[in-house]
Design a binder for this molecule. Structure first.
Ligand SMILES: *Cc1c(COP(=O)(O)O)cnc(C)c1O
Length: 850
């Protein structure tokens, strides 16, 4: 029988168990091992069955069991003391509270949040990163308010058909069964966000609140009776639609999100955020809503833009132009030619996002372009990705070298308490006396090689058990009532070198690179003394048939009878699987096409558990590989893609055959691979502090949030006077710039044959048009000269004003010491100068000696 309606009836807990209610509804349980153990202990089999979800567990446990627990003094005391601990955690001063002049409130917007398996509101890396960001912010006391959407079906659930084809289903979530509550006014009415739409329509959304430790997370939901049927579906699925559906989601996230924060801060007397961080471009419209607010307060669009820019941080996550959201300009125009944003002209909106730059399409509205124009501070997510982003977005700052493009980088991190296996945590706790695995002294002799190897083995065995259970469950779902094949019980071997590979399946990640030479792979899997086994997982985007074919090809290979125990594809990659997969693998494999992996975080999670990485030098690995913590697969510079795949696959096989496997199987008398364990210790000791999301969030605070807050405070002082002046100054400088030029450069002080140590005197004649010398910065730019007109290893030094004829030209001069032998070149550049600019490239204006 099909149910026509579904809802969840919440358990009424015995009074003595009241603590469980609060422990279950604050998501801190998702990374607090003692709380998880408390829930698991209530009914271990149900806990596993229900997928580690406290609310689901409490709903499923029998009243008799609850009554029994209520009579169990030890249990009640444990629950009460965990609740007291939670209350202390929520209130006590933490790292952030020790900072000076730190803003009292910040906002973090993301289209997805991966917090716990029980809350499938993520598709992959971007969402998990957002979840980890909130968790670390909570641990560090950073007062963030998170904002996202509540998707009725989240991302899809993956099953694999008998012929290896990915099948998607969208199980509908029941918010009543989740740790959410509706944000309400004091009179009980649900708080509501409204967006005006074309044709006099409106979109309504209610606001769900989750508590992620100390962090409130607000999720907007359009599935309410106030909306027309088609609009109820706006938040139906994560990345479910394209075009207009997607635009509506992003309007709701950005504009509705800021409105939701307004309601939340008012209802809870929380300070209003001053700094807004947008995780990828999807939430970019948030800046427009804030501009509209400021226009209401009396500023012009241009003035409001300065204020918003000062407090906005934009993080870009993709080095692939195809990964960026773009909308047809006329559609965007239609949505903004309404009452949606009072005071804001559609033309001003379009000007922010249109691809007017070289190589762009002026018919397209680009969310990343808008993000960069609405945020004074922007970053990529690894050092290499920062570099790639500066190149990719360089055309937005014509005339500037890529190095000057104002995009920095903050390398991603992962939340250690979430991603460290409890077995390793227990080892740190018992032998090293700390529950913080990222600062534990893993080199200490208090942990023996045997201890570490023992835990690694136990984690591998855990994965093997989980893999057998997953393929058996998947079989039973596909073949109801038919017994699963016997060999499933022998799937994988808890003693064999285990390689993990799991990720989304876009082409650049090259899921099937390992199949390049099937015979070679077969030989590695079946090696008589040094076999390997491979555990694979990953979802293909539902619309990506190419990705699905890759999965199918892999499954086909993995079903060969002599191989099927050694290579397995696990369906439905998610947080629950990931938590066992990373710790259970000895080696984490990643072979993207460099440099298309912006950061990659799965390898970080593996490393936190002592798994060694085997990866192309891309993303985070390019900056952290140190020859002892794993292996680098060399990238080929072959231009033919097939040749490149061949060369990189060969390197991969060679590394496994000649380095990885021999070291893993090189055992002492005690069965411990000493050199391997050394690498594990080295990885844990050196990488885990660097890879932790705490390090990442601290960096965001120190390098981006605090400077943004300071800039925002400065620009809004004296009733926005500095913002008005900056807007007027930018307009004046932009208008005058066509007549700015470097007309002539004189040099002296160096003989015909310059030598190291000589000092070069420079004087530049600069035409300023209507500008004054104070409006500009004149600099000598110098470095190694290569070819006709290229400078490398560029450095800059300012030239000082020497003479100034009113209304005409000025001269600027200075000295430059020749510090290095070899080819040398220099030029002089003029850029706008203003104390409220975060970068000289900000206006995209530059004049150089031609
Ligand atoms: C960490 C994680 C990802 C992202 O991994 P990448 O290496 O960045 O591709 C995707 N899915 C899940 C479930 C994860 O835990």
């Amino acid at each position: 029988m099909k149910a026509i309606r579904r809802f969840t009836v919440r358990t009424v807990l015995p009074e003595r168990l009241a603590a469980l209610e609060e422990l279950a509804t604050n998501l801190r349980w998702s990374w607090h091992e003692p709380t998880r153990q408390l829930f698991a202990g209530i009914e271990p089999s149900v806990w596993d069955e229900i997928g580690h979800d406290p609310i689901g567990l409490l709903g499923a446990v029998s009243p008799a069991r609850l009554a029994e627990l209520a009579d169990d003094a030890a249990f009640v005391e444990r629950a009460d003391s965990l609740l007291a601990e939670l209350h202390a955690y929520l209130r006590e001063p933490r790292w952030y509270q020790g900072l000076e002049n730190a803003p009292a409130s910040l906002a973090y917007f993301s289209p997805e949040f991966g917090i716990a398996a029980a809350l499938p509101q993520y598709s992959g890396g971007l969402g998990i990163l957002a979840g980890d960001h909130l968790k670390s912010a909570s641990d560090l006391g950073v007062p963030i308010i998170g904002v996202g959407l509540f998707y009725r079906a989240g991302y899809f659930r993956q099953a694999i058909s008998r012929d290896g084809w990915q099948q998607e289903s969208y199980p509908v979530l029941d918010p009543d069964g989740l740790p959410l509550r509706v944000l309400r006014h004091p009179d009980g009415r649900a708080a509501m966000v409204t967006l005006a739409l074309p044709d006099g329509k409106a979109l309504y959304a209610r606001i769900w609140q989750l508590n992620v430790g100390r962090i409130p997370l607000l999720l907007l939901d359009t599935d309410i009776p106030e909306n027309d049927d088609d609009l109820r579906g706006v938040t139906d699925r994560l990345y479910g639609g394209a075009g207009e559906h997607r635009l509506l989601q992003e309007l709701l996230l950005g504009i509705g999100g800021v409105r939701a924060i307004g309601i939340y801060t008012e209802l809870t007397s929380t300070p209003v955020p001053l700094v807004f961080h947008t995780n990828e471009g999807h939430a970019g419209f948030l800046g427009l809503e804030r501009i509209s607010d400021l226009i209401g307060a009396g500023l012009s669009f241009a003035e409001a833009l300065q204020v918003v820019r000062s407090g906005t941080v934009f993080t870009t996550h993709t080095p692939v132009p195809a990964g960026i959201d773009r909308f047809e300009a006329p559609m965007v125009e239609r949505y903004f030619s309404t009452e949606l944003l009072p005071g804001v002209d559609a033309a001003d909106v379009l000007a922010l996002g249109i691809e007017a730059h070289e190589g762009g399409d002026p018919e397209m509205f680009n969310m990343a372009v808008m993000g960069l124009r609405l945020g004074q501070r922007a970053n990529g997510v690894s050092i290499l990705h920062g570099e790639v982003s500066r190149g990719m977005f360089g055309p937005l700052w014509p005339g500037f070298d890529n190095a000057d493009v104002p995009i920095t980088s903050v390398t991603n991190g992962v939340h250690a308490p979430t991603w460290t296996d409890p077995l390793l945590l227990e080892l740190a706790n018992s032998k090293l006396g700390t529950r913080d695995t990222t600062s534990a002294d893993w080199r200490s002799e208090a942990v023996t090689d045997g201890d570490l190897w023992g835990v690694r083995g136990a984690m591998r065995a855990q994965l093997v058990t989980d893999a057998r259970r997953r393929v058996t469950d998947a079989w039973q779902e596909q073949n109801p009532g038919v017994q699963a094949p016997d060999w499933y019980n022998d799937l994988l071997d808890p003693n064999v070198l285990t390689i993990g590979f799991a990720r989304r399946v876009p082409t650049y990640k090259r899921l099937t690179l390992m199949l390049h030479d099937e015979d070679r792979l077969r030989a590695l899997l079946l090696h008589p003394e040094r076999p390997i086994q491979i555990v694979i997982a990953g979802k293909s985007h539902p619309a990506d048939d190419e990705g699905k074919r890759l999965i199918q090809r892999l499954i086909e290979f993995a079903s060969e009878p002599e191989l099927r125990n050694r290579i397995v594809f696990l369906p439905n990659y998610d947080i629950a699987m990931a938590r066992l997969l990373y710790p259970g693998t000895d080696v984490w494999l990643n072979n993207p096409l460099r440099p298309l992996e912006a950061c990659g975080t799965s390898g970080m999670k593996a490393a936190l558990n002592g798994s060694l990485n085997l990866s192309i030098l891309d993303g985070w690995w390019a900056e952290f590989y140190d020859e002892e913590n794993g292996w680098a697969i060399p990238s080929s510079d072959a231009t033919d893609p097939a040749e490149r795949d061949r060369l990189e696959a060969e390197s991969l096989y060679d590394l496994i055959e000649h380095q990885v496997a021999p070291r893993f199987y090189d055992r002492g008398d005690d069965g411990v691979p000493t050199r391997w364990v050394q690498a594990i210790r080295h990885t844990l000791a050196t990488l885990s502090p660097e890879l932790s999301a705490d390090r990442m969030v601290r960096e965001y605070v120190n390098r981006l949030y605090l400077p943004a807050a300071e800039a925002h405070a400065e620009i809004t002082a004296s009733s926005y006077q500095p913002a008005r002046e900056l807007a007027a100054w930018k307009a004046r400088v932009t208008a005058a710039w066509p007549s700015v030029s470097v007309t002539h450069v004189e040099s002296g002080g160096v003989d015909t044959v310059p030598q190291v140590g000589d000092t070069l005197h420079l004087r530049a004649h600069v035409a300023l048009g209507t500008l004054t010398p104070d409006d500009v910065l004149v600099e000598v730019v110098y470095g190694r000269a290569r070819g006709e007109d290229e400078l490398l290893d560029i450095q800059r030094a300012p030239l000082e004003l020497e003479t100034h004829d009113l209304g005409a030209a000025a001269t600027f001069g200075g000295d430059m010491t020749l510090a290095r032998a070899g080819s040398f070149g220099y030029n002089v550049r003029v850029v706008p100068r203003h104390p409220l600019l975060a970068s000289s490239a900000e206006l995209g204006l530059i004049a150089v000696m031609e």
